[in-house]
Design a protein around this ligand. Structure first.
Ligand code: KG4
Ligand code: ZN
Length: 343
């Protein structure tokens, strides 16, 4: 890492996120977000999932307009920037490459440093892009389309992972269950919306995993067999029970997450719980987490939804900590699809 930079006290940072199917750029200055533009790729609902080459091409198409818009919204000129931050990984290689190549070239043109950011660290640190910031240490449940983690967060880059999924991520559990119900990809937000109209009257098999780890393959199989059985009796079963099915799926996933969160809060004695990642946008999860934390006397932190799903604002927040620690990327920075988190 380069160590010879003279750091400014309140840096102005352009942040880029392109790890999956959202192209996003944000501008950060004086410890807060000035803009956060997200262009979501909507074509993937037709294929029922992300086609990596299609995602990569779409990032390539929109990255310049998205960056221009973020600078305009923030009323910042490129010459005012002190660094460019970018998601190095984990994610889809073809998607990451677009953001990393853009960030390196843009920064080289301005002769300013690049800050590499880990996507999952950024989800955790998204809370610092809001007014309502937790204090270290806190417990963080990070639930996204690719990850499910329970972390003790001791500092901006100091974590202890005490729980993880053994198979599917919580977001995948939402998306795959939703696919079985005929919902478009990504199904999480649709399940959330439908669940509000239904009640969780169907029971699916519960995860049975020791410690703080999670597992969702059993839930998916249980839903599949249940639906096959009911559809044999009534071909319109899903259509006629869609809201109750959505509520039941949501209830099963939320319950499986919060059982582990409660055990971890009790065991660690931590007094703050943060929810991070796209699934933390789920209203059922937020409501149940609120009840749980009220009961335990723990403070709950959930970001606004735009900062919970993929966005460059969280990359900027993480980058501001890296900047303060003088952590800059080398010139040969390359994306990493399976980048490990620093523990
Ligand atoms: O963090 P994120 O935007 O991207 C990844 O890093 O994966 O998370 C995307 C995941 C998808 O699985 C999506 O279905 C889920 O978050 N999601 C939701 C909701 N909004 C997004 N799941 C349940 N309820 C929601 N409201
Ligand atoms: Zn994410």
């Amino acid at each position: 890492m380069q160590k010879d930079r003279i750091l400014v006290v309140e840096p102005c940072i352009l942040a880029i996120e392109s790890s999956c199917d959202d192209t996003s750029a944000a501008v950060w200055r004086d410890g807060k977000l000035l803009s956060n533009v997200v262009a979501s790729q909507l074509m993937h609902d037709e294929t029922g999932g992300i086609v990596p080459e299609v995602a990569s091409r779409a990032h390539q198409q929109v990255i310049i307009p998205v960056v221009k818009r973020a600078l305009e919204d923030a009323q910042i000129r490129p010459q005012n920037l002190d660094a460019v931050a970018v998601t190095r990984g984990p994610g889809l290689m073809g998607s990451l490459v677009v953001g990393v190549a853009f960030a390196k070239t843009y920064a080289a043109g301005l002769d300013i440093p690049v800050i590499e950011v880990h996507h999952m660290e950024a989800h955790v640190l998204a809370h610092f892009a809001t007014e309502n910031k937790p204090e270290f240490p806190f417990l963080c449940l990070t639930v996204s389309g690719g990850h499910t983690q329970l972390l003790i967060v001791r500092g901006p880059f100091s974590y202890e992972e005490i729980g993880r999924t053994l198979d599917d991520a919580a977001g995948e559990a939402f998306d795959k269950s939703g696919k079985l119900l005929g919902l478009p990809y990504p199904a999480g937000p649709h399940i959330d919306r439908l669940a509000k109209e239904g009640s969780p009257k169907f029971e699916f098999s519960k995860q049975n995993i020791d410690g703080y780890d999670f597992s969702y393959s059993g839930l998916k199989t249980s839903i599949l067999y249940f639906l096959q059985k009911e559809i044999r009796k009534n071909p319109d079963f899903v259509h006629e029970n869609l809201t109750d099915l959505a509520a039941s799926v949501q209830h099963a996933i939320v319950e499986s997450l919060l059982i582990k969160v409660e055990a971890a809060l009790v065991k660690t004695g931590l007094s703050q719980l943060a929810l991070a990642g796209g699934v933390s946008a789920n209203s059922g999860l937020r409501e149940s987490a609120e009840k749980l934390t009220n009961r335990l006397g723990v403070k709950l932190y959930a970001t606004p939804i735009k900062l919970a799903t993929d966005n460059a604002g969280m990359i900027a927040a993480a980058a501001s900590f890296a900047y303060a620690e003088n952590r800059f990327a080398e010139d040969d920075l390359a994306p990493s699809a399976r980048l490990a988190m620093r523990f």
